[in-house]
Design a protein around this ligand. Structure first.
Ligand SMILES: Nc1ncnc2c1ncn2[C@@H]1O[C@H](COP(=O)(O)OP(=O)(O)OP(=O)(O)O)[C@@H](O)[C@H]1O
Ligand SMILES: [Mg+2]
Length: 565
């Protein structure tokens, strides 16, 4: 045991030399004797392993005490090594600051109350006992910062480890090349792939691994999956089965019961969040759980962007939900669902606060949505009817509009452009949808009937999200938007070149024209002999009057067939 005088903290109250030795070798013992923490078995085993092994990986269900165990590991490492350094990280800064460091602060406060050891109170994400003896929280955005820890005893802790970027794991390997380095990586196993997955598969031999299934946690003792399956749906919170909660802060019976009904045993979320196993997510899932996890984090909505709304209107088939999603740019700002026969009043109540900022409302016009759209329009909302059963704009690639729009949604998730999606049911639905390529090589999205065969109910929330992110703005108005953006840019900076004609946009426009010709329900504009004041009814291309359907940019008009020529 080193001399306490040289340290900023107090010392352990008169332990014998051998007790102190074992305390410092075994973090689980340290937790109990020094910090007064009452760990449950898995936490004890994980911490004991960290005392012996250089790499420990834990894949575990939700609320199994992972982050709590991190706090113990951090305080133990700092105490056990005079030159002990701890680097903590997680995929988002919020997780570093609020979750990991929230637990560290609580552990420090508890230890002060317990009175065995005095740690200084941590700052936001730093706890310093001496110049070479400290713990810090780092954001994973800058992996180069991980390279600066080469001296002393270094403990690296990765919370929510499946979401930590691969560069960080590489940097960690760099640190491991020299000195005394240990790694503790914990998380919900949401991502089937990457370094965390590797710790349980290809590289398993070099890690000590743990798996925590919710059914092994204290509150679920005595309740098996088989007996849970037998419970009827809709049990109240006070049901006696749910009363057993010796550790109420950990995952509860009630939560697991709810998720069984909500997610189903087939869903990747159930496998990961409840069973603590990597989801058997096949390559054919449309949107991976990893992208969905990353989309949880919110961003500041882009200023000036108008709001887009997607509404999936429920059919009369029982239990289906009418669901609405409001987004601003990539940020989801509101969502709500109703299981009413006629949800118009509720939808209006929900949208009303946003009404002046809404650019467009995309409504599924298959079935009941067809009547819903004009009624919502009559309340003053600008609506686009989207018939997902129609042929797609690019029918060489997608089988129908549904495939096209879901594929677009997939691309947005993959590019990390969707934010603020925390609704568990929406996440579950999105992660369950599968796609395939048909005999002609076209992208096909699994039908509702096939989903239902796999025990998955109508994915109303996924559909509403798909609609909210569907770009159904008729080509011409997009063209107009881009034109005015280009103009504004040139006004600011006259050296900007004149914008090139956008052939892609012309294609979009052409597709829109075909859609209208084919009886699509986009509103047509009919210009008669008496144009509105200030408007011309002469086509800008051919100079002939427009007496049928036309299109316009500001006060100018073209025949549909002339535009884009
Ligand atoms: N042994 C313990 N004694 C007291 N409280 C605990 C203990 N273990 C965990 N907790 C508390 O239980 C709650 C859930 O634990 P924790 O957040 O560590 O779980 P987790 O597995 O990290 O959850 P998530 O899956 O949400 O990340 C927290 O409030 C934590 O402080
Ligand atoms: Mg946690």
């Amino acid at each position: 045991m080193r001399k306490s005088k040289t340290r900023t903290q107090g010392t352990i109250a008169k332990p014998s030399r051998s007790t102190a030795g074992s305390l410092l070798r075994d973090p689980a013992l340290f937790a109990r004797i020094v910090l007064g923490a009452d760990l449950w078995q898995a936490q004890r085993e994980i911490l004991t392993a960290l005392g012996k092994r250089s790499r420990v990986a834990v894949k575990a269900c939700h609320a199994s005490g992972k982050s709590y165990a991190i706090a113990i590991a951090v305080l133990w490492w700092l105490t056990a090594h005079r030159d002990g350094i701890v680097v903590t990280t997680a995929p988002t800064w919020l997780q570093v600051e609020k979750v990991i460091w929230g637990e560290i602060k609580s552990a420090v406060l508890r230890s002060l109350l317990y009175g065995k050891l005095k740690f200084p109170v941590p700052t936001q994400t730093e706890l310093r006992l001496g110049p070479q003896n400290y713990a810090v929280g780092l954001s994973t955005d800058d992996s180069s910062r991980f390279q600066g820890f080469h001296s002393g005893h270094v403990l690296i802790v990765l919370d929510e480890a499946p979401g930590v970027r691969a560069e960080v794991y590489e940097a960690v390997e760099g640190i491991r090349a020299g000195g005394q380095v240990r790694v503790l990586a914990l998380g919900n196993p949401t991502v089937t792939g990457g370094p965390f997955y590797g710790a349980f598969t290809a590289n398993r031999a070099s890690w000590r691994t743990f798996t925590i299934n919710a059914f092994d946690t204290p509150n679920l003792q005595g309740l098996s999956l088989e007996s849970l399956r037998l419970l009827p749906k809709g049990l109240s919170e006070n049901e006696s089965t749910f009363e057993y909660r010796p550790r109420p802060y950990l995952v509860t019976r009630r939560w697991v019961y709810e998720k069984l009904w909500e997610w189903g045993e087939d869903s990747p979320l159930w496998q990961s969040r409840v069973l603590g196993s990597f989801p058997e997510q096949s390559e054919d899932s449309l949107i991976s759980l990893r992208w969905l996890e990353a989309a949880r984090e919110s961003i500041e909505p882009p200023p000036g962007k108008k709001l887009m709304v997607g509404i999936d209107v429920a059919g009369s088939d029982g239990g289906a939900e009418t669901f609405a999603v409001v987004r601003q740019g990539g940020q989801i700002i509101a969502m709500e669902g109703w299981t009413l026969q006629d949800p118009l009043t509720e939808v209006n109540k929900f949208l009303y606060p946003f009404r002046n900022r809404i650019d467009e409302v995309n409504i599924d016009t298959i079935g009941v949505g067809l009547n819903f759209k004009p009624r919502l329009e009559a309340l003053g909302y600008p609506c686009n009817g989207v018939n997902v059963g129609e042929a797609s704009d690019d029918s060489d690639i997608y089988l129908g509009v549904k495939a096209q729009l879901y594929w677009r949604l997939r691309e947005l998730f993959e590019a990390g452009e969707i934010h603020g999606l925390t609704d568990e049911l929406a996440i579950s639905q999105l992660s369950s949808i599968r796609w395939k390529s048909n005999l002609h090589g076209k992208i096909v999205i699994e039908s509702k009937a096939d989903l239902s065969k796999r025990g998955i109910k109508s994915p109303d929330r996924a559909e509403a999200l798909m609609l909210a992110f569907a770009d159904r703005t008729p080509g011409i108005s997009r063209y107009y938007e881009e034109l005015s953006e280009a103009r504004a840019a040139r006004e600011k900076d006259p050296s900007m070149p004149e914008s090139e004609p956008d052939t892609e946009l012309a294609d979009v426009y052409e597709a829109e024209r075909r859609r209208q010709q084919n009886g699509g329900d986009a509103p047509e504009r009919t210009y008669g002999a008496d144009p509105l004041p200030g408007y011309s009814n002469i086509c800008q291309k051919c100079g002939q009057p427009i007496n049928g359907t036309g299109t316009d940019i500001g006060a100018k008009r073209w025949h549909l067939e002339c535009f884009g020529k």
